[in-house]
Design a protein around this ligand. Structure first.
Ligand code: FAD
Length: 243
């Protein structure tokens, strides 16, 4: 496989850094080609602004959804966006390695989503989910948390389980663009865990990486499962599909 690791952590000696390095080494040894986008090291610009459009005409108002598509099609998006899009075109598997920050992703990764997954490149009107423009690719979230596993539950203080916390990225970003997400790898409470558990996390992650090719993606609905009013067609049951 051609694997792109999009890595978002400001410290190279962090646990996330260790997980990223492990993935590079395990996947390379298995014969996969691996590229890394180390967003902090690249000082990746996290803000989508009109500066991302070359030669934009002087105008009071910019419609970002439409101009992303327009400038993507003209090949006139900012160079750093184009470089990341080329890596995505190259990859058939994308790993996102990051710490859960505020139930979400670090801002630099959110900015990568905002800028790189442009209309016309990653999705388009009517071209989303199984028909998204990046369909055919698979991906996986590899995350760390501060909270322990048992704090992530509907009847626990955090109120959501980890599948629910990761749903906006797994479904709302990856699958929206056509990338089929595999079940995530989660290392809980890595700071409190202690060295033995952290070593076990790395061992478990290694095994998780070694089975990527045979792992089934999370099962989500196809766009055609919904009728013209965006309602699930009869016979399609919520109970059989992840939410
Ligand atoms: P680090 O702190 O870098 O490392 C943890 C430990 O691992 C350290 O002791 C380090 O020495 C050790 N280590 C490093 N490399 C190795 C190795 N190779 N082998 C063994 N040990 C190693 N948590 C939540 O659960 N939910 C939230 O919503 C949330 N929001 C946050 C928002 C912000 C802004 C911040 C800063 C934190 C938040 N957290 C949250 C906590 C955050 O998720 C954790 O701090 C993070 O996941 C820890 O990962 P890390 O890579 O930064 O770990």
């Amino acid at each position: 496989m051609k694997v792109l690791i999009v890595y978002a952590h400001p410290e190279s000696s962090s646990f996330n850094g260790a997980m990223k390095n492990l993935a590079v080494s395990v996947l390379t040894q298995k014969g996969h080609e691996v590229k890394v986008s180390d967003l902090n090291d690249m000082t990746f610009n996290a803000s989508l602004t009109r500066n991302d459009f070359h030669k934009i005409r002087n105008t009071d108002y910019v419609n970002y959804v439409m101009e992303l598509k327009n400038y993507y099609e003209k090949g006139e998006l900012a160079d750093d966006i184009l470089r990341e899009q080329e890596k995505l075109i190259w990859a058939d598997f994308i790993i996102f390695q990051y710490p859960v920050w505020w139930f979400s992703v670090p801002a630099i990764l959110k900015g990568w989503f905002d800028r790189v997954l442009a209309t016309g490149f990653a999705w388009d009107f009517g071209k989303m989910y199984d028909t998204g423009l990046l369909s055919g690719k698979r991906g996986m979230l590899s995350v760390t948390t501060g909270g322990p596993e048992n704090i992530y539950a509907p009847d626990a203080p955090h109120g959501w389980n980890m599948d629910q916390v990761l749903y906006p990225v797994n479904h709302g970003v990856l699958y929206f663009c056509g990338i089929q997400p595999l079940p995530p790898f989660v290392a809980y409470a890595v700071f409190q865990a202690g060295d033995d558990i952290r070593k076990q996390y790395l061992e478990d992650y290694k095994n998780h990486l070694l089975t990527l090719e045979s792992t089934e993606p999370i099962k989500y609905y196809c766009l055609s499962d919904f009728d013209e009013n965006m309602k699930l067609r009869s016979g399609k049951s919520h109970s059989t599909i992840s939410s």
